[in-house]
Every structure is written in structure tokens, then in C-alpha cells.
Ligand binder design. Structure first.
Ligand SMILES: [Zn+2]
Length: 449
């Protein structure tokens, strides 16, 4: 038995002082004082918060974008996740056009199995909608893959509006849910060509080719959907309108849209390439609107969209043409600290709300609750012991991501993962790995619409 003593436990509703015991991968007791015997291991968590392990519902690990492969695979990405306090990721398996969903799922299992340091589940991105794909949706649900993603952007990935409506209908009947990358691909292509024709080839043209209107324009059919990586005030307005119509819309945003803005694209030389991601960083007014939405309770989950490419050799592929810069940025390791610092340490949000946004909501929304997302007897022993007073500086030199930069370089933050338990076993201590490769596949339930 492993016992965390004297901690302040956190749920989405309350905080309370208690000991917590783990055994056989589960939480076995929560009580003011748990009696221990000599063979038990103990950790003193006085002055620490004890969270249900943080869940990142949006990552891209070991992903081939057709030109290059993300810098982080499951081995480095999930190790970094654990060091930062994240105990489960949901990664995007992506169907290749011309192949089946089953082939994509098999491939992603191969990428993760035995390499993953945190627990992992998969969304399935549909890029080829046909009768075979339709038949496979039931197989996905039976395999624990209960959320799908469709892209309305990127030529190699996107589906059209008619296909989207068709997919939404199927999802509803199977209890699957759908996430939408809401950018209009036709408009983006046109604007990219226009910028290149004007001789604008550098990273500064990236946000101009993907204005907020492109995000807001993406249609939301009348079916429960998750809007992933919401980045703009215009997109937020669209969400408000859909909710006012009575539609269920879950909103995800990411630390980069809450902390950074589009001034980064004006950095000298090719530096702006580090921030080339889709959607791009927006104006400071957009950033403030999203922060306010987090405080208002209009945002449900905080993910990273971690999709890392090194500056040297990968981002540089687009030195002469911004449309060839691989889109994406790292963040998996730093999300809990960035969020705690910005919202909880500053007093803008309670620790309970942080628990909802980073643990309980993603667990509920993606069919893992109450196995994950809550500290309760019988739940999985994924636990993050958090030191709310630790002050430290984020840097590429000390991160565990396999990438040569971080968008948050030099940022000093308050709050750090002190100890992280995966399936009841110590996996990280003071931001460094203790034991790796223990992650297991998480089978997810379908939703009751
Ligand atoms: Zn993504």
C-alpha cells in the first residue's frame, strides 16, 4: 500500500484534508487518518494539493504530417507529460485516405504500447468517409474509441459539409461524440495563395491567412459537438449563439491562446515560426476574451494540442514559404503549471475549478469518469501531488519534450507537480521521471445523448 499523508485533496466541488491510500492500481481508502504498517510506503503531502491526475484530451504524438514526423513520440511526449503532472492523454489516431479506421487504430496502438509513461486513449480522425468507414464506427465504439474528429481545414484531411452532417447523424445513434477543427479550408487555401502572391513568405503571413472569421464561419450542425482549440472571440460568439439555440457545445481551449498573442509573429528573422500553429495565436483582445470565458465557466476543458516540431531542421522547412512551416507547438509538460500559475495562483479561479477543467470535465466528457477525473475509493490511482508554492522557470534546457524550444521560454511560474502516480506507482518526483513506460490503454465509454 502507498499512502499520501496530510494532503489537501481537490475535487471539482471542494477541497478537504485527508490521507489517501493506493493499492493494486486503485484508490483504496480516503480518510482523515489512515493507519499504516511497516511495509507500507508513505509520502508526506503537507502544504500540497492532491489532484486527480490531469488529463490532456488533445495531443499529437508520433504523427507524420506527410513531410516530417512530430519531434515527440509516445516515449518522450508522455514522459514529459508525467513530469508535469499529466497522467492520461487522448491522442489523435488519424485515418489515412484509402485505408480503414481499424488500420489507423492498430497503428496507434503500436506507437503507444510499451512506450507510454502515462495512460493513453485515442480519438479517431476521419479523413475518408465512405460506406466502409460508416460500418467501422460501431467497431470503434466497441474498441473504446468513443470520440471522433473531423477537419474542415487542411486539404489532405478535410471532409465536406454534407459528409459532416452524415457523420454527425451516425455518431448520435452510436453515442460517439465529435470534435471539430473549425477552420474553413477553402478560405485558408485562398488566403495563403494571396499572401504568397504578394511576396509575403515569412511567418508573419501565417495569422493573416487564418483570420478569426475562418474559425467563426465553420458551421455547427445541430448535434452535440466539441469545439477543439477555440482561439478567438469571434469563435466564442459562435459558440454562444449555438448554446443559446439549445445546442450542446463543449469548448476546449489551450494555454497558448490564453497566454500568448499574435505579436509573436512579428519577432525578428524566422523566430515567429515557433508559433506557427492552427489556429494561430490571436490578438490580445481575443486572448482576453478567452481568459474571461474560462473565468465565466464557458470553457469546459484545457488541452494542449501538443504537436511538436523542432526549430532546427523542421520549422526551418518553411524558411522560404510560410505555408511549408509544420504547424504545431509543444506544451504537454507545462500545461498544468501554466494554468495553475495564470488562474489558480493568481486567485482568478479556485483550485476546484482547475480540477474541473484539467481532470474531471475531460474524464466525464470523454467517457472515463469515475475511473479517472476524481479521487474516490475504487477510482484509478492516477494522482498528482501539487506544490502550490514552488516557483520555477520554464525553459527548453530543462524540459523533457524532445524538441529544441518552448513557446514559454523564460516564463517564471508558481506551482509544480511534486509527485505523480500512474496506476498507483510513483512515476515522477519534483519534475523528474522516476519510472517510465507504465502507461496503459484507457477504454472509453460511449455517451448517453
Ligand atoms: Zn490538434
Amino acid at each position: 500500500m502507498y499512502v499520501i499523508q496530510n494532503g489537501t485533496l481537490v475535487s471539482a466541488e471542494r477541497t478537504w484534508r485527508a490521507d489517501l491510500a493506493m493499492e493494486g492500481g486503485k484508490i483504496t481508502a480516503i480518510a482523515p487518518k489512515i493507519p499504516i504498517s511497516p511495509e507500507d510506503q508513505v509520502m508526506d503531502a503537507s502544504d500540497c494539493l492532491v489532484f486527480p491526475g490531469f488529463i490532456d484530451p488533445h495531443t499529437h504524438l508520433d504523427m507524420d504530417n506527410g513531410v516530417t514526423v512530430t519531434a515527440d513520440d509516445f516515449s518522450s511526449g508522455t514522459l514529459a507529460a508525467v513530469c508535469g503532472g499529466t497522467t492520461t492523454v487522448i491522442d489523435f489516431a488519424t485515418q489515412d485516405r484509402g485505408s480503414s479506421l481499424a488500420q489507423a487504430l492498430t497503428l496507434w496502438h503500436k506507437k503507444a504500447e510499451g512506450r507510454s509513461s502515462c495512460n493513453y486513449a485515442f480519438h479517431m480522425a476521419i479523413t475518408d468517409w465512405n460506406e466502409n468507414t460508416r460500418r467501422e464506427l460501431g467497431d470503434m465504439a466497441a474498441a473504446g474509441v468513443t470520440s471522433l474528429k473531423v477537419y474542415l481545414a487542411y486539404d489532405a484531411l478535410r471532409i465536406d459539409d454534407g459528409q459532416l452532417l452524415d457523420i454527425l447523424g451516425e455518431c448520435r445513434s452510436l453515442g460517439l461524440q465529435i470534435g471539430c477543427h473549425c477552420e474553413n479550408g477553402n478560405v485558408v487555401s485562398l488566403l495563403q495563395k494571396r499572401e504568397l502572391a504578394r511576396g509575403k513568405r515569412g511567418p508573419a503571413a501565417h495569422p493573416i491567412s487564418r483570420p478569426p472569421e475562418v474559425e467563426a464561419e465553420a458551421s455547427l450542425a445541430n448535434c452535440p459537438v466539441t469545439v477543439v482549440h477555440l482561439s478567438s472571440a469571434a469563435g466564442l460568439e459562435e459558440v454562444r449563439r449555438a448554446r443559446a439555440r439549445g445546442q450542446t457545445v463543449w469548448v476546449e481551449t489551450c494555454p497558448q491562446y490564453l497566454l500568448l498573442d499574435d505579436s509573436r509573429y512579428q519577432l525578428p528573422g524566422f523566430e515567429g515560426a515557433k508559433y506557427v500553429m492552427s489556429p494561430p495565436l490571436r490578438s490580445s483582445a481575443d486572448r482576453e476574451a478567452l481568459c474571461q470565458a474560462v473565468r465565466n465557466g464557458e470553457v469546459d476543458t484545457i488541452a494542449t494540442d501538443h504537436c511538436s516540431y523542432s526549430f532546427a531542421g523542421q520549422k526551418e522547412l518553411g524558411r522560404e514559404d510560410f505555408t511549408k512551416i509544420p504547424n504545431g507547438a509543444p506544451g504537454l509538460e507545462h500545461r498544468p503549471a501554466l494554468f495553475f500559475h495564470q488562474f489558480a495562483a493568481s486567485g482568478l479561479l479556485s483550485t476546484e475549478r482547475m480540477c474541473a477543467l484539467l481532470s474531471e470535465n475531460p474524464a466525464r466528457q470523454y467517457g472515463m469518469y469515475p475511473r479517472k477525473g476524481v479521487l474516490a475509493v475504487g477510482s484509478d490511482a492516477d494522482v498528482t501531488v501539487w506544490d502550490p508554492k514552488a516557483v520555477w522557470t520554464i525553459s527548453a534546457a530543462s524540459q523533457h519534450h524532445n524538441v529544441d524550444y518552448t513557446p514559454y521560454e523564460g516564463m517564471t511560474v508558481t506551482g509544480k507537480a511534486k509527485a505523480v502516480f500512474i496506476n498507483g506507482v510513483p512515476a515522477a518526483q519534483d519534475g523528474e521521471p522516476v519510472r517510465t513506460g507504465m502507461g496503459r490503454y484507457v477504454f472509453r465509454n460511449a455517451l448517453n445523448y
